[in-house]
Design a protein around this ligand. Structure first.
Ligand code: FES
Length: 311
């Protein structure tokens, strides 16, 4: 499906917001805070960007896009080439970072990680929840949407690293709070630090959205082979220890969407009918992993010798 670029706005150094509308002026599919769009960009690139506008405004989507010098070229295309009047293909919205109801929240954003948090703040405010936001960036000039955050007064703490140093996570997260959920989006070192500081918090309190997967060294010789049964067709495939389930499905012509192949985007989610999964993704929550009803086939594997999938 195509969307029309209505406007581009420079929100901070290296950060553009992109306003997208239906080319015929129709209402757009609904979304909730935490959702993202997959933009299909030239060169076969598919990149995910969080929706950071108003979910009640069904006439437009807004994305915040950081120009990433070391990226695969998606953000450079948006910054350098995409212009008002152009169209862009997309998929979604999809949401793997939902705001669960709670009386109180701690939000932590690093850099462009502010984008999924922005609509969460509005939603938490409308629900009457208590919340605070700690928002860090390399410098004040690089921190987008600060004007909008000013409306929330002292619930928001801005923390430019060049003048304030690293975020004070110890002060923020030292004491576990049983009625509080923690939502964090930002670069991997920030997520790792927040994970570490919340290790003593109640299970399920921490919700993360990752831009990239942590580097995990795995020994292929330690992996298991498994029999894969496709419930819809009755086909049986073998997944060798050195291949992912997604690789085998691709090779066998079984259509499954995929994007990141790193367990962070959620596009390759498949229903699990039977068998035990070794979940290795960063999308599903711990309770979702325990429920064992779905899996990300790009990184997760069979723990049991046989796995039946809803394909
Ligand atoms: S392709 Fe992104 S989670 Fe599997």
């Amino acid at each position: 499906m195509s969307l029309l670029v209505r406007s581009l706005t420079l929100e901070a150094a290296g950060v553009l917001s992109v306003e997208l509308v239906d080319p015929a002026g129709a209402e757009l599919p609904a979304w909730e805070p935490g959702a993202h769009l997959d933009l299909k960009l030239p060169g076969g690139l598919s990149r995910q960007y969080s929706l950071c506008g108003d979910p009640a405004d069904r006439r437009r989507y807004r994305l915040g896009i950081l120009r990433e010098e070391t990226g695969r070229g998606g953000s450079a295309y948006v910054h350098d080439t995409l212009r008002p009047g152009h169209t862009v293909e997309h998929a979604g919205p999809r949401n793997h970072f939902r705001l669960e109801p709670a009386p109180s929240y701690v939000f932590v954003a690093g850099g462009i990680g502010i984008t999924p948090i922005l609509p969460m703040l509005a939603s938490a405010t409308a629900a009457g929840a208590e919340w605070t936001l700690l928002y860090g960036g390399r410098s004040a000039a690089s921190m987008a949407f600060v004007d909008e955050l000013a409306a929330y007064d002292d619930r928001v703490t801005l923390w430019p690293q060049d003048t304030h140093g690293l975020l004070d996570l110890d002060g923020l997260l030292a004491e576990p709070r049983p009625d509080t959920l923690v939502y964090c989006c930002g670069p991997e070192p920030l997520l790792a630090a927040v994970e570490e500081r919340t290790a003593g918090w109640p299970r399920g309190a921490l919700h993360l959205e990752r831009f990239s997967a942590p580097v995990v060294e795995r020994d292929p010789s330690a992996e298991n082979a498994a029999e894969l049964v496709l419930a819809d067709s009755g086909r049986t495939l073998l997944v060798p220890p050195d291949r992912s389930i997604l690789d085998v499905l691709d090779e066998q012509g079984v259509p499954v969407l995929s994007d990141c192949r790193d367990g962070i985007c959620g596009s390759c989610e498949v229903k699990v009918v039977e068998g035990e999964v070794d979940h290795r993704d960063y999308v599903l929550t711990d309770p979702e992993k325990e429920a064992n009803t779905c899996m990300m086939v790009c990184v997760s594997r069979a723990r049991s010798a046989r796995l039946v999938l809803g394909l």
